[in-house]
Design a protein around this ligand. Structure first.
Ligand code: ADP
Ligand code: SR1
Ligand code: MG
Length: 415
């Protein structure tokens, strides 16, 4: 039966799970640290005090939104979808996700590998650390998971059965519909309170009909397009990294949606961090590293996606003998070009929501000086509008980077 775990009840719960005991050992000396810094759930690191090399992570969903508190109910079903997605990712890309030791839908709990040698990418990037493999790893992760759950990479019936396992992640989809595609673009009580940024947004963004209609187009894609199983919350806080490895965590938003949502979200997080490093100490050199990673992410993603496509036999979408080699190449070129533009549009939405909405990013929100912070927030809103307005002119990732670089060079942001 479900009960909310706390530091006192975690030991008994974990010691009742044979697979977890195999990892932790049998001990009455468990050290329990609540390390959750996310918006939704509780996360404990549990270590055998006698053998500190033995540890696990326990994540539990509670029936409310942690960010807002108990007054904001949210069903625990999200953990079921996180478990399902992590199980699937362990089949598709085991090198990029934590190993599962125990998955408990009734307790809405997951016990998994402790990534003790890794840190959250967002925190590393705020500190100006470079990670040589992260961009290629992200590109490969997205290509493998997106292609191999798409109609290009799966048989029709198998895919519909897989879709069925994620269709009802409706509450978290609704959170995204509200907090990424709706509330930031209007006056709403949930929005972040930053008077200067709000005033700028009211005067320039919330009365820009073309921009708001574009955002609505992307909301429509999010709601209606079912390209593949998405992670659906793929930002730099959902990646744990070190110099050699990249792990993807926190897939509770997983659902079948448009490819470009995952791609655009992660791209936007590198841009947001780049804006922040006009104030943070990384300077021009680190900003260049961040922008270069966007190119590597896209190039790796698109190359691997096409490679998987080239190697794919029959699938829901592919039938031998239907297309000539030339038609096949034309289809793939047009498809990738469209996907780039779609990713740019989703990146634009993500930049605005992280600036105006309830769930900001520490890169900017943790800047103490309100004048500096607001200046950077407004820059991110300008970038969001610029990228959105120009997305259909982008024919390469280089075009997107030129847009962003030109913006930074014309706008004096250093402080
Ligand atoms: P939420 O769903 O509430 O956003 P997350 O899954 O993002 O929670 O986890 C919150 C934090 O817990 C992460 O930012 C990270 O610091 C830590 N964490 C989560 N999973 C692991 C793991 N497998 N190994 C180590 N730390 C983890
Ligand atoms: C209330 S929305 C909370 C946000 O946190 C998660 O990380 C998702 O990005 C979600 O939109
Ligand atoms: Mg989460």
């Amino acid at each position: 039966m479900y009960r909310i775990l706390d530091r006192d009840s975690v030991p008994e719960y974990l010691m009742s799970l044979p697979n977890v005991v195999d990892v932790l050992g049998t001990t009455s000396n468990l050290v329990i640290d609540e390390i959750g810094d996310g918006n939704l759930n509780f996360v404990y690191r549990v270590t055998n005090g006698d053998e500190p090399g033995r540890s696990v992570i326990l994540k539990q969903a509670v029936p409310y939104l942690r960010l807002a508190g108990e007054d904001w109910p949210l069903s625990r079903d999200r953990m079921t979808f996180e478990i399902r997605a992590l199980q699937l990712y362990n089949e598709l890309v085991p090198e990029f996700v934590p190993t599962i030791f125990h998955a408990d839908e009734e307790m809405s709990a997951l016990v998994m590998q402790n990534l003790s040698d890794h840190i959250i990418l967002r925190l590393g990037m705020i500190d100006g650390v470079t990670y040589p493999k992260v961009a290629t790893d992200i590109g490969v992760f997205m290509a493998e998971t997106l292609f191999r759950t798409s109609a290009w990479g799966m048989d029709s019936e198998d895919r519909r059965q897989l879709m069925d396992r994620f269709t009802l992640n409706s509450e978290l989809c609704k959170l995204t519909e509200d907090f990424i595609f709706t509330f930031p673009y209007m006056t709403h009580e949930s929005n972040y309170e930053s008077p200067e940024t709000e005033a700028w947004a009211d005067a320039n963004l919330r009365n820009n009909a073309a921009y708001k209609l574009d955002v609505l187009r992307f909301k429509d894609l999010f709601v209606a397009k079912t390209d593949a199983l998405l992670h659906a919350d793929l930002h730099s806080g959902s990646l744990m990294v070190n110099q050699d490895e990249t792990f993807v965590i926190d897939m509770e938003f997983a659902y079948f949606g448009p490819f470009g949502f995952d791609v655009g979200k992660i791209i936007s997080n590198f841009i947001l961090c780049c804006t922040a490093h006009h104030h943070l100490p990384g300077g021009a050199e680190y900003r260049e590293w961040l922008l270069d990673q966007i190119v590597v992410i896209w190039d790796t993603f698109s190359a691997r996606f096409r490679e998987l496509w080239d190697q794919q036999g029959e699938s829901a979408m592919l039938t031998a003998g239907l297309l000539s080699a030339e038609e096949d190449a034309q289809l793939k070129d047009a498809f990738m070009a469209q996907l780039l533009q779609e990713s740019a549009g989703f990146a634009a939405c993500s930049m605005a929501r992280r600036t105006l909405g309830i769930a900001g990013v520490a890169d900017i929100r943790d800047i103490e000086d309100p004048v500096v912070r607001s200046n950077l927030e407004i820059a991110n809103l300008e970038l969001s509008m610029l990228v959105m307005a120009n997305r259909t002119n982008l024919s390469s990732i280089g075009d997107l980077l030129t847009l962003v670089r030109d913006f930074y060079s014309q706008r004096s942001l250093d402080s």
